[in-house]
Design a protein around this ligand. Sequence first.
Ligand code: DC
Length: 238
Amino acid sequence: MSNCNNGNIPKTKISVAIDGPSGAGKSTVARLAAKKLGFLYVDTGAMYRALTLEALKNGVDLYDEQRMTKLAQKSKITLDPDENNFLRVFVNGEDVTDKIRQPEVSRSVSYTARLPKVREYMVSQQRLMAKHGRIVMEGRDIGTVVLPNAEVKVFLTASQPTRARRRQRQLANENVYVNLEQLNQEIATRDYLDSSRITAPLVPAQDAKVIDSSSLSVEQVVELIVKKVKLYGKQSFR
Ligand code: DC
């Protein structure tokens, strides 16, 4: 008996965790891998961004953990995929997809993401989304904290200049123009803040496959991930 459908996509409850620093290509790769697998795609960074935007809008101090946690609890953040798995992000029904990519949010989001109680709440929401498996979730702490039992874990990275160039291209596609030097600086700062924070720092899970995408195409990385999922599906029913 086979546990796979015709496309060899496993039917078992599989979760894929993709972590890594900003600009490593996680979003593109996770979106396309999920599409190929027919899995749900969740961009957890978008959730932290949406909350940051809401805080800036309401004048909530990003250092005030209690108010930020309350704001997280009362803000309904939803991710709605289109037919190509691009996510539209809503906060309390308002479409904030473009706004959460603005430089002001990018500069501020690490402060939101440092707050342990905010993370606790976000993690609980993310676990609910992953309850039924068949999900590709990307972020910084998915393989280590959110889904430590994920069947497939990938830590996707790339050199810093590569990441800055990619980010510049991605932002230009969204009509946001930022010079490379500024991006390099912002990425270095964000890497530092994300890796040095006490709660859920950015580190590869011990059982994650580390992939350096500097000299790989998007398709190559997607293929590697899809292969790992199919392999897991085969092994789990032997
Ligand atoms: O992936 P991104 O650049 O959109 O993430 C935005 C910020 O949120 C970034 O500073 C890292 C943080 N983040 C996090 O701490 N944990 C996650 N699971 C996802 C993102």
